[in-house]
Design a protein around this ligand. Structure first.
Ligand code: MG
Length: 352
């Protein structure tokens, strides 16, 4: 028996599996299946996937770090998993593609248990199922800060890919949904966390909080706008309409006018703006410069307005014209309700 105990570990076999391997195996059993193009998922050195003939490969990666991008005080592991994948799906949507496979890398503090990881994967898996993405691999390692990195692959017909560089003077500028909600949700969550407001505020601004914790990528809108050749240029709004419009303008070599009076505001952000004090200004700023909306911002020829309306109706998703593409010399301008250009500063906005 003592000989048995001192025996060196075998080179192969079940007992050499680490806790990580076992967890990955369990996850693979639950989630690692379901796509005809997945030739080999978890369980080998790399995944092996088939590319649909006639498509190009789209690839994007995003990292969420605890304290920088989220806090476990307000986010559940399932919501974190859903968001980690959702933000990457939003990028694929902005190119006009469809997601296929994803890889996930986790850095886990020792304080978290396997239950946490399984719940995170459950959230991820639910989102994956809705948007047609399949897990093809993963990696875990121990570390100080909880970090979730998703690498998502997608595909599109090469001639249908929508770049940021396609905007042309004279086109309209459009946005899906109601920007600013995520920033409002974040504000409500952080106020609640500090104990400044009660649970009732979370209920009152329920949709905004939801938009922040689990944003819905506008995949169907993105692919329809792309496949029908409607969107000339497109970007997903991760850092606020103004900043992302600047990115479109820069890549396209154009200017952009955004009109405040045209901004689609959700009932919740309107209510927030009616609370008095600096609420009105703060609400507008959220809509213009709040981050993490994951709506789509795109330019299109004005003649396609009816087609855009049809997509909007079909998807029951607002798509609103909020401005226009101008010449490069004009730059990106925010035009107030009075027709006067406004300067958007870091802490607020003001008239020139
Ligand atoms: Mg993006």
């Amino acid at each position: 028996m003592t000989r048995e105990k001192s025996r060196p570990p075998r080179e192969t076999g079940e007992e050499r599996l680490t806790g990580e391997d076992l967890l990955i195996a369990r996850i693979a059993e639950k989630f690692g299946h379901g796509h005809p193009g997945l030739i080999k998922g978890i369980g080998d050195d790399t995944s092996v996937t088939a590319q649909t003939p006639g498509t190009v490969l789209l690839a994007t990666t995003d990292t969420l770090v605890e304290s920088t991008h989220f806090t476990l005080d307000t986010t559940t592991p399932a919501q974190l998993g859903a968001k980690a994948l959702g933000v990457s799906i939003s990028d694929i949507a902005a190119m006009g593609g469809r997601p296929t496979f994803f890889l996930i890398s986790l850095v886990l503090p020792k304080t978290l248990d396997t239950g946490f990881v399984e719940e995170l994967y459950a959230g991820l898996s639910a989102t994956a199922l809705v948007f047609g993405a399949t897990m093809a691999g993963g990696n875990m390692s121990a570390g100080k800060d909880l970090t979730v990195t998703v690498t998502l692959l997608g595909e599109a017909k090469p001639e249908k890919v929508v770049y940021r560089s396609g905007a042309e003077e004279g086109q309209g500028l459009y946005v899906t949904g109601t920007p600013g909600d995520s920033a409002l949700g974040l504000r409500i969550l952080s106020e609640t966390k500090k104990g400044g407001t009660g649970e009732s505020r979370l209920k009152e601004f329920k949709q905004a909080v939801k938009r922040h914790l689990t944003p819905t990528p506008r995949l169907e809108a993105g692919t329809r706008l792309a496949e029908r050749g409607i969107a000339a240029s497109m970007i997903d709004v991760s850092d606020g309409i103004v900043l992302d419009a600047r990115r479109l303008a820069k890549e396209s070599g154009v200017g952009i006018d955004i009109e405040i009076s045209l901004l689609p505001l959700s009932p919740e952000i309107k209510r927030y703006m009616e609370t008095g004090g600096s609420g009105k200004e703060a609400g507008l700023l959220m809509a213009l410069a709040g981050g993490e909306d994951y709506e789509l911002l795109f330019s299109a020829d004005l003649k396609d307005e009816t087609l855009i309306e049809k997509i909007s109706e079909k998807l029951k998703l607002g798509i609103t014209k909020i401005g226009s593409v101008t010449s490069k010399n004009s730059g990106v301008r925010v035009i107030g309700a009075d027709g006067v250009e406004m300067a958007l500063e870091r802490g607020g906005y003001e008239h020139f």
